[in-house]
Design a binder for this molecule. Structure first.
Ligand code: SF4
Ligand code: SF4
Length: 76
């Protein structure tokens, strides 16, 4: 499951989330969104590196980002 989901069509490519991520896993996509901006993204292979710290979502002025935390599973 993805930990970080972007509402790509709302992103204006300001890179505040890119700067905020301590794991350095957010970058702008090569493609353009419907408004002509390069949208922020986390590659599928980098999703597991996300610690769900939520800093990116807090920094985004346009409410583009939703961060999920893995459910705790009781093992004993
Ligand atoms: S939740 Fe934290 S680690 Fe995950 S992408 Fe956002 S800033 Fe980076
Ligand atoms: S902070 Fe928000 S608007 Fe700016 S690049 Fe990141 S997701 Fe896009």
């Amino acid at each position: 499951m993805k930990r970080v989901v972007f509402r790509e069509e709302r992103c204006k490519g300001c890179e505040l989330c890119v700067e905020a991520c301590p794991e350095d896993i957010i970058h702008l996509a090569d493609r353009l969104n419907a408004n002509g901006y390069h949208p922020a993204m986390v590659r599928d292979e980098d999703q597991d590196k996300c610690t769900s710290c939520g800093l990116c979502a807090r920094m985004c002025p346009d409410l583009v980002i939703t961060v999920y935390r893995p459910a705790r599973v009781k093992v004993s």
